[in-house]
Write a protein that binds this ligand. Structure first.
Ligand code: PEP
Ligand code: MG
Length: 871
């Protein structure tokens, strides 16, 4: 009910500037006070008290309640208007309100005043009782309206200061009592508590906080986290993150509700796993906080043509400057009419939804191209966006302040970013950048603007004010020699992504960076955090030599991935890469890919207005086949739909897109799309070792229909005299539980299986892979999923075909021995994971892997599996 809504930030808003400007017009009469409250008796009581304190010297009027005997609680603008008129003089009137609609009624009342009067009427955001008392006393001594407002708004400070020791003690006492009580007696039904000490080096920062929030959201009980005297709702990412929990802090978690005990148990288990974060000793290379701290003294200053910043990602670069200075959308603010409020709220909600969908795609792309750890930031961005508190603030700005969506969203996002900015922990302060990144994404949708281009014609050093994680994932590592930014810290997500992409980076270089001319020749060392604004022959030679050494080191690391994938007892396995474009092959091979286990062809269909025709696809597949020489290239036919919609393909709106018209279901229905793709793949098969794979097969009929279409394509090409590999192996992705159930039947009709754990997990666990609230279930280490993997591999072995895996799980080095033990012979993953997976495989024999698989399949939870694998 909007009239009773409480929007606390109103209390902290300064009075409208228009009114302050005219304070000089005040004359010497006494300022009148108006008290607006939902309750007539409350208003009268406050008036009584103030009258007593000022001995009746101050004109005070009340506007309490509404004219409805049945339901007298509320506020009425006309009563406010009458009250203003009752005490009005040119000295001015100060209005004090309780909450919610009282504010709106007062604002409406102003609209009925003469313009001359409006200038002298002030809304005061002080708390009602304290404000009126302080204000009235000031008024009684002849203070101006502005002096009254100042005194009134500071009234709470004195009270807070006086009571602070009690508040702190009370909270501590409560905690202590609860701890003692917990020790002797079991907690009352429906309430449970725990105390946890945080071991994570960055405290409860975005990723662990996100894991906690996701988990808390799985329970109906209310879950509260307390650090000292501050509380946070454990279901709100922003509240948890801005609590500022750092390493070594103790937090108290309280859960109230039917499943409170389960909630606390689950949270304790998550805390035991460091909130899902792998805690390793941080390397002492770039990004080491201690080393950077020492250097921070000189950050942003130029000495002898060298600008000192913070080392963020190792590596050295010399090259021309590319100044990336995107123009952020300028947000216009305007007032809404009553009828525009609802559509405007809907417009904001739509934009948020679009931003969430885009983030899902970015998360997927990052996880495919860089790694799932690095992609997790975009999961956290989604949580920020979906945070009910953030949305509530924005919606209330629209409803109560009548601001347009863009302005309201900006107010809410800035308020939140400022909360992060105010935290004492450096890492947590850095999260403000994430909030701003997320805010920009929503603004783009609201204002219908495209992100600025980051395309470079030739290799260059990218200079920017700051670089958001979204910007960083759009960078082409072949073109961007290095990154340098004015703002940012070594722990920003852009820095983490730059390290993962192997791009040297220096951040926090300060405003001097903006003056470096576009195209000028500079040098940068990502290990020392230095930037050479001018290069002498000598300094350039030194930097070039260091760059050579760094590149050699990089090569050596990649060379480690070049060895064959062998188990400790010499069994040959195949470790391949997942790609989205033929251009990805070069880097995949550099990481040691022995082939491509999944070419996600849908990426060829994205970011365009019509589908690529047969020839265009043929070119892409041929290019990939040739780039791989004789290594295998598994091309998956179009997997569109689900979370990968395409505007130009008529997929329609679906209630449940993941259970809908997707992949093979769509292709079999659209021969005009499917056939050219099959023909293009067949034609490319003449140029390398191509294998073809159908996604989302859930029945034998689908497989047979797809193969029939392939046969048709073959006979067409034969008739046309076009060359192709008639023996082209045909496989399917096993990613729907029904395919596992009939794996024995399917295995008789294909040449190989490749398990897609991303979808297999979501369909087995009935948990949307893009929904952060059920992220705990979308874990391929769930015993149910592992059993289906074994069932698939066993059916394949019995039919004499091989099984591989191209889902995310394949790139997890911890899981690699288990997967081999379950019977897989090929693992395909995001290329950067290859060296670590090969390394993990080299330490285990097949017999050990099988024993591990037998043991793990008997475990009862994904957590237990993970713990066993980590041993
Ligand atoms: C999978 O589902 O595991 C898979 C590899 O396919 P995608 O992620 O493209 O749906
Ligand atoms: Mg899939």
């Amino acid at each position: 009910e909007p009239y009773f809504s409480i929007f606390t930030s109103h209390f902290f808003r300064p009075p409208p500037p228009l009114l302050i400007i005219h304070c000089s017009l005040l004359i010497d009469n006494m300022v009148g006070i108006v008290i607006v409250s939902h309750s007539a008796s409350l208003a009268a009581g406050v008036k009584d008290l103030a009258t007593q304190m000022t001995q009746g010297n101050v004109p005070i009027a009340v506007a309490g309640g509404i004219d409805d005997p049945e339901n007298p609680i509320g506020t009425d603008p006309m009563r406010v208007l009458d009250a203003i008129n009752e005490v009005y003089s040119e000295a001015g009137v100060v209005i004090f309100m309780d909450l919610g609609s009282a504010l709106m009624s007062a604002e409406v009342a102003l609209e009925f005043l003469e313009p001359e009067q409006v200038k002298n009427v002030y809304l005061c955001d002080a708390p009602l009782v304290e404000g009126v008392m302080a204000g009235a006393v000031q008024a009684s001594v002849g203070a101006t309206a502005v002096q009254i407002i100042k005194e009134a708004t500071e009234a709470m400070l004195a009270k807070q200061q006086q009571l602070e020791p009690y508040t702190t003690t009370a909270v501590d006492k409560q905690a202590a009592t609860k701890t003692e009580a917990e020790a002797d007696t079991p907690p009352a039904t429906g309430e449970a508590h725990t105390h946890l000490t945080i071991r994570n080096p960055q405290g409860l920062h975005a990723r662990p906080a996100a894991n906690l929030v996701r988990l808390a959201n799985q329970f109906s009980a209310d879950v509260t986290v307390r650090k000292g005297t501050r509380f946070a709702n454990a279901k709100s990412i922003n509240q948890v993150a801005t609590l500022g929990v750092v390493q070594g802090d103790e937090i108290a978690v309280t859960s109230i509700g039917d499943d409170s005990a389960e909630a606390i148990q689950a949270i304790e288990a998550l805390a035991a796993e460091n909130f899902g974060e792998e805690i390793k000793e941080r390397a002492s290379s770039a990004g080491d906080g201690r080393r950077n701290k020492k250097r921070e003294a000189g950050v942003g200053t130029a000495v002898g043509g060298i600008l000192q910043g913070i080392a963020a990602a190792p590596g050295v670069a010399v090259g021309r400057v590319f100044q990336y200075r995107p123009q952020l959308p300028v947000v216009e603010t305007y007032d809404l009419e009553e009828a525009e409020i609802v559509p405007e709220v809907n417009r904001l909600r739509d934009a948020i939804q679009q931003a969430v969908a885009e983030l899902t795609a970015v998360e997927q792309r990052t996880s495919q191209q860089i790694g799932s750890q690095e992609a997790a930031i975009f999961g956290a961005h989604k949580l920020i966006l979906q945070d009910p508190d953030l949305q509530k603030v924005a919606v209330r700005c629209i409803q109560d302040d009548r601001l347009n969506s863009e302005a309201a969203w900006l107010v809410a996002a800035n308020q939140l970013a400022e909360e992060y900015d105010a935290l004492s922990d450096e890492y947590m302060r850095g999260r403000a950048a994430d909030v701003r990144d997320v805010a920009q994404r929503v603004l783009r949708f609201l204002m219908n603007v495209q992100p600025s281009s980051l395309e470079l014609d030739s290799p260059a050093i990218l200079c920017a004010l700051d670089l958001s994680p979204s910007d960083t994932t759009r960078l082409d590592p072949d073109k961007v020699l290095a990154i340098c930014t004015e703002m940012g810290g070594a722990t920003s997500h852009s820095a983490i992504l730059a390290r993962a992409l192997g791009i040297p980076a220096v951040v926090g270089l300060g405003p001097l960076l903006s003056r470096v001319p576009d195209g000028s020749h500079i040098g940068l060392d990502g290990e020392t955090g230095q930037l050479w604004l001018e290069l002498t022959e000598e300094s350039e030679a030194t930097l070039q030599a260091k760059r050579e050494a760094w590149l050699t080191e990089q090569q050596a690391a990649k060379a480690a991935g070049q060895r064959m994938a062998l188990t400790a007892d010499g069994v040959r396995l195949e470790v391949s890469a997942n790609i989205a474009r033929p251009q990805d092959i070069e880097s995949a091979l550099a990481y040691g890919a022995e082939g491509v286990g999944l070419f996600r062809t849908e990426f060829l269909f994205m970011d365009r207005v019509t589908p690529p025709d047969e020839d265009e696809q043929y070119e892409a597949y041929r290019q990939a086949a040739e780039a791989l020489d004789d290594r295998p290239l598994i091309i998956r036919t179009l997997d569109i739909g689900g979370d990968k919609p395409l505007a130009y393909l008529d997929l329609g709106e679906e209630e449940n897109p993941f259970l809908g018209y997707r992949a093979i279901r769509f292709c079999l229905d659209k021969p005009e799309i499917f056939k050219p793709q099959l023909r293009a793949i067949l034609r490319a098969s003449a140029h390398g070792r191509v294998l073809l794979m159908f996604p989302m097969i859930s029945t034998l009929d689908e497989l047979r229909a797809a193969k029939a279409m392939l046969l048709e394509a073959k006979s067409e090409l034969k008739k046309e005299g076009v060359k192709f590999d008639n023996q082209l192996p045909v496989g399917i992705m096993v990613e729907v539980p029904s395919a596992v159930a009939i794996a024995d039947q399917l295995a008789r009709e294909v040449d190989f299986f490749s398990i897609g754990t991303n979808d297999l997990t979501q369909y087995t666990m009935a948990a949307d892979r893009g929904n952060s609230n059920v992220a705990g279930l979308v874990n391929a280490l769930q015993p149910a999923v592992l059993r289906l993997i074994r069932q698939t591999a066993t059916a394949a072995q019995e039919a004499g075909i091989w099984t591989g895996m191209c889902g995310e799980l394949a790139g997890n080095p911890l899981a690699a021995p288990l997967l081999v033990g379950l019977g897989l012979r090929e693992l395909s993953m995001a290329a950067p994971a290859i060296p670590a997976v090969k390394e993990a495989l080299s330490h285990i024999t097949i017999a050990e892997a099988q024993a591990l698989a037998d043991e793990v399949l008997g475990l009862g939870s994904a957590t237990a599996v993970r713990e066993r694998l980590a041993r």
